[in-house]
Write a protein that binds this ligand. Structure first.
Ligand code: ADP
Length: 504
């Protein structure tokens, strides 16, 4: 029985904390394998060996071998090196090719990223064969690994790795790996019949790597139940809503957790004062003061500190924040923004800082340590996203006793229960309609409770810290999903057909 033997699960993705992380994908690639190892799985994570991976990790890696692999329509051969290390029971195999991975941080631009991830999606199963490690399931993540389920069925079907089942997780549907058909045909080396509408074809001129992967994967998951519903609608489907409706029998949502050891306010060495549920109310004040001092804000424990930790892009609802910013600063409130991205938002927040010295800090950078300190020192965290597949910042905030103020979309809706004015319910303040006025209303509601009903506010803080935001429950859901598809092999069932005509 599949459920009784050790399941072998391969994770393949383009980033993974602590080696390289630009967003939530990096957190999930780190935390979910660890949670699966705790459940008794054997997990290996396959990653590109980017030049930007810190030297301290590169020094721990051991050379496991190398071979040449063909890619492109011409069958050009490319070097594939394997460097390996183990961390907390998870084995990491880094795929080395200096031509593709020696520059970028890790993404450079689609023109270069398409060849890079065609190579990676083919090299990963080739490495599994080379290592004579045949997984039961290959769990792929986002468009960068979209071609892997296709290669698995069309290039590796008669090799040991070809028996593996594939899962493709959508962490963010906005990014799909779209380029000219010619470019993808050349680099992928895949045959013409796959460049048809139900699979890789996006429109007359373009191909879409994610679309093809979604067609071929045995299961599609996304990172919350609400987002799984939303992406089947034109408003959130990013042009793939019909494709996803067609494939909805194999689509489900499993909400992300966070690694509760990585994010543990009681043991967090980056904090001025670590704390638990028992002393959060006192210690949070000390963390707030330390944060205010570090960022040059007025040191006053009575001010309400609003934090925002985010990629600065349209997705994150920053146009709403931009629109209401002047109304946030009222003499009792401070705002701290940590983020980098669209220059339009970077400059807007710099401007607000210059206009409100001592009350506003715009820290335009990526800074892991400061993120921890803001989660601990802020009173509330803003996450007013236009769309949010799951969102991790609201989960981390709750773990640190910080109250999220979120728009009810995707995973934000699934993880933050609105405060209803009672002492027993609610984790944060929410709004539904994508509107600056509604965001301002939600913030003002939070301020009212903070300044006039502190007893209830403190209840929310402590309730949030007790909320289970770990991976445990979700890891079990992934296990059930893996078992379902592993059983197909035992039952000699065929993969559901992917090439039926699809609704338009
Ligand atoms: P997304 O993946 O869309 O960027 P998530 O909420 O899923 O958003 O994950 C964001 C992750 O990246 C969180 O761990 C958050 O703390 C971290 N993060 C985002 N911006 C920064 C930043 N400027 N500095 C440090 N950490 C950041």
């Amino acid at each position: 029985m599949a459920a009784e033997k050790t399941r072998k699960i391969a994770f393949v993705g383009s980033e993974c904390y602590p080696f390289v992380k630009t967003g939530g994908l990096g957190d999930v690639m780190y935390a979910l394998p660890r949670a699966l190892v705790s459940e008794g799985c054997e997990v290996r994570v396959f990653l590109p060996l980017y030049a930007c991976i810190p030297k301290k990790y590169k020094e721990q890696m051991k050379y496991r071998g190398s071979f040449m692999m063909d890619l492109t329509l011409e069958g050009r051969t490319f070097f594939v090196g394997i460097m390996e290390m183990t961390l907390d029971g998870v084995t990491y195999d880094f795929i080395e090719n200096r031509e593709f991975f020696d520059w970028g941080n890790p993404y450079t631009g689609l023109w270069e990223d398409i060849p890079k991830y065609c190579y990676f999606s083919k090299a990963a199963p080739a490495v599994m064969n080379y290592l004579e490690w045949a997984p039961d399931v290959i769990h792929c993540h986002d468009w960068q690994t979209g071609l892997l389920p296709i290669y698995l069925r069309r290039k590796f079907q008669d090799t040991p790795v070809g028996k593996a089942r594939s899962v493709l997780t959508i962490h963010n549907l906005r990014f799909q790996g779209i380029c000219s058909i010619q470019h993808l045909k050349y680099w992928s080396g895949l045959p013409d019949d796959l460049f048809d509408y139900p699979i890789l074809k996006q429109n007359e001129d373009e191909a879409n790597m994610f679309k093809g992967g979604l067609a071929f994967a045995d299961k599609i998951t996304t990172v919350s139940e609400t987002y799984a519903e939303e992406i089947q609608t034109p408003a959130y489907g990013e042009t793939l809503d019909a494709h996803l409706r067609h494939h909805c029998p194999k689509l489900c949502g499993i909400v992300n957790g966070i690694d509760v050891e990585q994010w543990d306010p009681e043991k967090d060495k980056l904090l001025a004062e670590p704390y638990g549920t028992g002393d959060v109310l006192d210690k949070k004040k000390e963390n707030k003061r330390a944060l205010q001092e570090k960022l040059g804000l007025e040191q006053d424990g009575h001010k309400m500190v609003l934090g925002l930790i985010s990629r600065l892009t349209d997705q994150k609802g920053l146009d709403l924040v931009d629109a209401i910013f002047p109304h946030l600063i009222d003499g009792n409130t401070q705002v701290i923004v940590l983020g980098t991205g669209d220059p339009r938002y970077e400059n807007a927040f710099r401007y607000f800082e210059s206009e409100n010295k001592g009350s506003v800090c715009a820290y335009i950078s990526y800074n892991e340590a400061l993120a921890h300190q803001i989660y601990a020192g802020a009173d509330a965290l803003l996450v007013p996203s236009l769309f949010e597949p799951c969102g991790l910042t609201q989960l981390i905030a709750m773990r640190y006793g910080t109250v999220p103020i979120v728009r009810e979309t995707g995973g934000l809706k699934d993880t933050v229960t609105p405060y209803d004015g009672s002492w027993s319910e609610g984790n944060g303040f929410t709004f539904t309609q994508y509107s600056a006025v509604k965001l301002l209303d939600a913030i003002n509601n939070a301020k009212t409770v903070y300044f006039t009903d502190r007893w209830h506010w403190d209840e929310i803080v402590q309730r949030n810290m007790r909320k289970d935001v770990s991976w445990e429950a979700s890891a079990r859901k992934y296990l059930a999903l893996y078992d379902e598809i592993i059983a197909w092999n035992d039952q000699k069932q065929e993969q559901p057909q992917e090439e039926k005509p699809e609704e338009k």
